[in-house]
Design a protein. Structure first.
Length: 418
């Protein structure tokens, strides 16, 4: 099978995902996506007519985020009109999946130059949903609750409730989750201070060239255990809230499958992924294209994998996905120098580390979404870029990236630094 090389990886800074508060919230989502596409073009002197396809991840494809952002953002970025684009949704895993599909197209010999990435403006998603509610448009709450036949087979709850359910099932305490949240902030603060993200972050510019955003807005350096201990659990209100009018509560949805599980609300803003806006893009090329143009690859894609798991708990698939992609690559966990596991909630990574018995020093070395935020469709591409940057900084060889996705899924990818 042919090789798929990673030539470059870029991302916007992540801004606070509240309309009017975050710097990117005033922008059209396609403009934000175009920012990273422009950066790839300029940084790599890219002849965009050579790009075979753009594969983009956006989970909430609604309103301004609908309409195939991959194609529209390419046009907005000034790419050649011959460049096609497609936009996909694997919930939180969309950015990794976009990259995996791009690599697969190249490794199969079907394409030579593909861009993968994603965009999500959580500020817009929240605003749009609120606008629908204010207009009287009702939608069922919870994943899958509009499909009662599906809910009978696989009850799906609020994601925060699922996180608390897993913590209860695994015996992971509030204190342990808080310690994880503080460590994410500490590591991110060091990474920012030492400029570890500088290679990938590109400034987002207005049409007049002025800077809209050139730094991550979300991190809270100096966060302490004492501060987190004062925060009230964020998902307590959902536990006994009806998932739909006259329907079961979110707690009852979990207890339909796990009747004896006693769920205690534990996660809060300091142990959950930050709500932010952002975009990221990765340029991948075939060996033939690299030889023809003289491009210098930074990494190669070793293996990819996808796994489904229990949709009720929904957050536990990263562990099986990592095991599957390691087996496919013919590697062991000891071979991995950098692990990037999305911090959707602290329990996700805490369980992952315990289940695989990993060295914590190698996992989310520069912090994660608890400190930096989680722009849903973009995060997977951000994590791949982060792993690549860290491999180059530390001199490591292999990086493994995976993340949970709603519905009980996880994509995974292993890259090798060149």
């Amino acid at each position: 099978m042919a090789e798929a090389f990673i030539i470059d990886a870029v991302r916007t800074p992540r801004s606070i995902g509240k309309m009017g508060k975050g710097a990117l919230s005033v922008m059209h989502p396609q403009h934000v996506a175009a920012s990273v596409l422009k950066a790839l073009k300029e940084r790599n002197n890219l002849d965009t007519a050579d790009v075979d396809d753009i594969i983009w991840g956006t989970s909430a494809q609604m309103g301004l985020q609908g309409g195939d952002m991959g194609r529209m953002a390419a046009l907005d970025a000034g790419y050649d009109v011959k460049v096609s684009g497609v936009t996909l949704d694997r919930f939180c895993g969309s950015g990794i999946t976009a990259t995996n599909l791009a690599a697969g197209q190249i490794m199969s010999g079907m394409e030579d130059l593909v861009i993968a990435g994603g965009t999500e403006l959580m500020s817009y998603v929240t605003w749009y949903g609120q606008s629908l509610r204010e207009a009287g448009v009702k939608s069922p709450g919870g994943l899958g609750t509009g499909n009662m036949r599906l809910q009978e087979k696989h009850p799906q709850t609020n994601q925060g409730v699922a996180a608390d359910a897993i913590a209860a099932m695994e015996g992971i305490t509030r204190e342990e989750l808080d310690a994880f949240g503080v460590e994410s902030q500490r590591r991110a603060a060091i990474a920012i201070q030492e400029g570890r993200f500088d290679k990938s972050i590109i400034p987002v510019l207005a049409d007049d060239g002025s800077v809209i955003l050139d730094r991550d807005e979300y991190p809270r350096p100096g966060t302490t255990i004492e501060q987190l201990a004062q925060l009230k659990p964020a998902f307590a209100m959902f536990l006994d809230m009806p998932s739909r009018p006259d329907g079961p509560t979110f707690r009852e949805l979990v207890n339909q499958k796990y009747p004896d599980l006693q769920i205690e609300p534990l996660h809060h803003a300091g142990t959950s992924s930050g709500v932010v806006d952002g975009a990221a893009a990765i340029l991948l090329a075939s060996e033939d294209y690299v030889k023809k143009t003289g491009m210098k690859p930074r990494a190669r894609v070793v293996a990819t994998a996808n796994v489904g798991d229990d949709p009720t708990l929904m957050l536990n698939a990263p562990g099986p996905a990592a095991q599957k992609v390691l087996k496919r690559a013919g590697l062991s966990k000891e071979d991995i120098d950098v692990w990037e596991i999305n911090e959707a909630f602290a329990v996700v990574v805490e369980k992952f580390i315990r289940d695989l018995d990993l060295d914590r020093a190698k996992v989310n070395i520069n912090g994660g979404a608890i400190a930096l935020g989680h722009p849903i469709g973009a995060t997977g591409a951000i994590l791949i870029g982060a792993a690549l940057d860290e491999l180059e900084r530390s001199g490591g060889r292999y990086g493994l990236i995976t993340m949970c996705a709603a519905g009980g899924m996880a994509p995974a990818i292993i890259i090798e630094r060149l």
